[in-house]
Design a protein around this ligand. Structure first.
Ligand code: GLC
Length: 725
């Protein structure tokens, strides 16, 4: 419902001022606090006058700079319509948190919420009004560099995390000065590019899109995300940014999204390259008709200025609708009351990088790291003689992609932390991420030979993750594998720490390592968190939000796959029978499955009881799970509840995550946990593209990963009424 403020201002606006609101410019257009026509973008033909009617800018922050730009802008704005400041605050502003894929590995919505809330507080103090986050694209192909921005391969995990992120960024509406507007992205299904190649075609059925890819966006919109961003890719044969079915029918109609729809960078203009628009005017018309409100840097909407006087009534109506949504966003941010939202250099100084914020970052990093292997070599005694080696051992590059305000120079390295925590640490780089010289290698081998234990920090640099970093190979660079093999030959415990923004093929690493810790890009306090885990001060609890393949040839690989007509049984029979859905040159299962992660404690799911094996339409399924910590140390883990529908109108995933809970267990504690699942949990997408809970036989499974589970049958007799969307 349009606010009175928006309606009143709209009546005052000229058509040029209305079109201006639809234009988002990059920070280049505001040099030294005033508008500027920048060189490289001259071909846009924007005048200074137009710049002063722009609705928003991206990539400017800092209390002083934002105040300067806003003050100058308002001086030149006839109707004093404040500028919106937007930015990519994806996993932290200056306090950088683990990458979102690592936050997914915490399986902890509270952590996702708290990190988003700190990011909001810091970036609001830096003058940011809107963040281009959370990214909730379902991902199943680690060749695609942007898997680091997602929380993984599961629709339910992503939905829970999407909601938590939006609530963290926005707080309870109306927005207060310590919160910012969220912009869920990229709508839609950007995470399914063919061959994992960036910006490539996405071509999935609407049935699969609705069952697997749409839920997390829907969850973010249900959590009242104030903006949505379009995606670069095509879907159902039309670029998302020009796709009326996707944006008008599904997003605005079905999901009832009333907020601002912003294009991705130049995505409107790219409909020309996609081949659905012949020129920029046509591109603008297609996107405006699809309901895109803001044009990020394609200057397509600016084309309307050239014919402003002769626009047809329908176009003018669409422009008015978009302008009202943008003005309402500014009302929601309180910008008409205070265009600076309480901005001050003092507030910025006391808010950013506070010790409390850094503590949130350290705890999030501790919860995100995943212990993949441990042949009783971890945790380490602090009086051990440690050889620390590898390209990631002494670098502040622990922040990962999309950490634009983070400073690796201000980020302590793993070596920095080790020096203060272990009695004896020797460091040698051993090799670069992609470079090897024998002098450095020999140095690493030498200190390894004189040590009790070797810790090798390997992986990929931040620059090789995120947007436009698709890979064809998922193994570590050969230089790093050479280092690991030489170190392994010393027959000392070799603990390999992996820095990565994507699942890698760790087959060769596992073959030579006594232990493997997946550290992701752990953020500003990642080195401290890793040290806390390696010394046993913190017991690892992270679980994989994406399957780790044995080989890139298996990709896309994900746990919630369909059974096929010739499933493997994961028994010896598989080798006997040629005609099965498998590879003949490698195992078909992942190296490490979804939900997998070890603890220093010996934890086990002892029992699963279904309290009501026949569920009718007025009941919930109730299961009781017994979990025991068989060790004398406390531990935290993630209990995971899956289900499988044996027979459905459409094929059903072999298992689907339906519930998860982080559990902390005291030494030798046995705990009974009651889990109640409403019937709608078991809905499935029918071929008529409607959700339905079907009668029939189901299996419920519980485990500490998706592979090793206890299972029990249950039956639903609900007369097929419940679960209608
Ligand atoms: C990029 C990304 C998008 C980001 C935007 C602004 O191309 O696709 O996620 O928010 O541009 O930086």
């Amino acid at each position: 419902m349009a606010s009175q403020t928006a309606k009143t201002i709209l009546e005052e606006m000229t058509i040029q001022e209305k079109i201006g609101q639809l234009i988002q410019l990059s920070g280049d257009f505001f040099q030294n606090g005033t508008a500027a026509i920048t060189g490289p973008l001259k071909e846009h033909h924007l005048s200074l006058e137009t710049i002063y009617t722009a609705g928003s800018v991206l990539g400017i922050s800092g209390a002083e700079r934002v105040r300067q730009v806003q003050t100058d802008f308002l001086k030149h704005s006839r109707l004093k319509i404040p500028l919106l400041f937007m930015a990519d605050v994806v996993h932290g502003y200056q306090t950088i948190f683990p990458i979102p894929l690592a936050l997914g590995a915490t399986f902890d919505p509270q952590t996702m919420h708290d990190t988003a809330a700190v990011a909001a507080k810091e970036s609001a103090a830096g003058g940011v009004h809107v963040t281009f986050a959370p990214m909730v694209d379902l991902v199943r192909d680690p060749r695609w560099g942007r898997v680091m921005e997602s929380t993984g391969e599961d629709p339910y995990l992503n939905s829970v995390m999407a909601k938590a992120a939006v609530n963290g960024f926005q707080g309870k509406l109306p927005l207060d000065a310590n919160h910012i507007a969220a912009c869920v992205k990229h709508f839609a299904a950007y995470g399914a590019p063919e061959a994992g190649r960036e910006y490539n075609t996405v071509d999935i059925s609407e049935w699969r899109f609705r069952e697997q890819y749409l839920p997390a966006y829907a969850a973010a919109i249900e959590a009242e995300s104030l903006l949505v961003m379009t995606s670069f890719n095509t879907l159902f044969g039309i670029p998302a940014t020009a796709n009326q079915k996707l944006m008008r029918d599904i997003l605005r109609q079905e999901l009832d999204f009333k907020g601002v729809l912003i294009s991705d960078w130049d995505a409107i203009g790219e409909t020309i390259a996609h081949g659905v628009a012949g020129n920029l005017e046509a591109a603008a018309d297609l996107s405006l008709k699809a309901g895109v409100d803001i044009d990020m840097m394609s200057f397509a909407y600016a084309k309307y200025l050239e014919k402003a006087a002769n626009l047809d009534e329908h176009t003018k109506l669409l422009i008015d609708e978009a302008v009202v949504r943008i003005l309402d966003l500014k009302v929601a941010l309180g910008l008409f009351e205070d265009p600076y939202r309480g901005l001050s250099v003092e507030r910025e100084a006391t808010t950013i990088l506070s010790s409390d914020n850094l503590h949130v970052a350290e705890q999030a990093a501790e919860k995100s790291m995943v212990l993949l292997k441990n042949e009783s070599v971890l945790p380490l005694a602090t009086d051990a003689k440690v050889a620390l080696v590898g390209p990631g051992a002494h670098t502040g590059d622990l922040l990962g992609s999309w950490s634009w305000q983070g400073d690796p120079q201000k980020t302590s390295s793993i070596y920095d932390e080790f020096k203060s925590r272990f009695k004896s640490v020797e460091y040698a780089k051993g090799c670069g991420f992609h470079a090897l010289n024998y002098q450095e290698l020999d140095q690493a081998v030498m200190i390894g030979r004189d040590s009790d234990v070797i810790v090798a920090v390997v992986g990929l640099p931040s620059s090789e993750t995120g947007e436009a970093t698709s890979l064809t190979q998922l193994t570590l660079p050969t230089e790093q594998l050479t280092l690991l093999k030489q170190l392994a030959a010393l027959n000392k415990p070799l603990i390999t720490v992996v820095l990565t923004g994507r699942p890698l093929d760790l087959t060769a690493v596992a073959a030579v390592s006594s232990a493997i810790v997946l550290a992701w890009y752990p953020g500003s306090r990642g080195a401290a968190a890793l040290t806390n885990i390696l010394t046993g001060e913190v017991n690892p609890s992270g679980k994989l939000p994406m399957s780790f393949p044995r080989h890139v040839g298996q990709v896309p690989i994900y746990y919630n796959h369909y059974n096929t007509g010739r499933p493997i049984s994961q028994t010896a029979d598989d080798d006997e029978n040629k005609y099965l859905s498998k590879y003949v040159d490698a195992k078909s299962e992942p190296l490490y499955p979804f939900g997998y992660g070890l603890s220093y404690a010996d934890l086990a799911v002892e029992q699963l009881k279904v309290l009501n094996p026949i569920v009718n339409d007025s009941q919930n399924l109730q299961v009781e799970v017994t979990i025991t910590n068989h060790s004398t140390i406390s531990a935290t883990t993630v209990m995971q509840v899956y289900s499988h529908q044996l027979v459905g109108q459409t094929v059903r995933p072999v298992k689907e995550l339906k519930y998860f809970e982080r559990l902390s267990l005291a030494p030798l504690e046995t705990r009974d946990i009651l889990v109640t699942l409403p019937l709608t949990t078991f809905r499935s997408m029918q071929s008529n593209l409607q959700w339905q809970v079907e009668d029939g036989d189901y299996t419920v499974m519980v485990g500490l990963d998706s592979d090793n589970v206890l299972q029990q049958p249950f039956e639903i007799r609900a007369n097929n009424k419940r679960g209608q969307e």
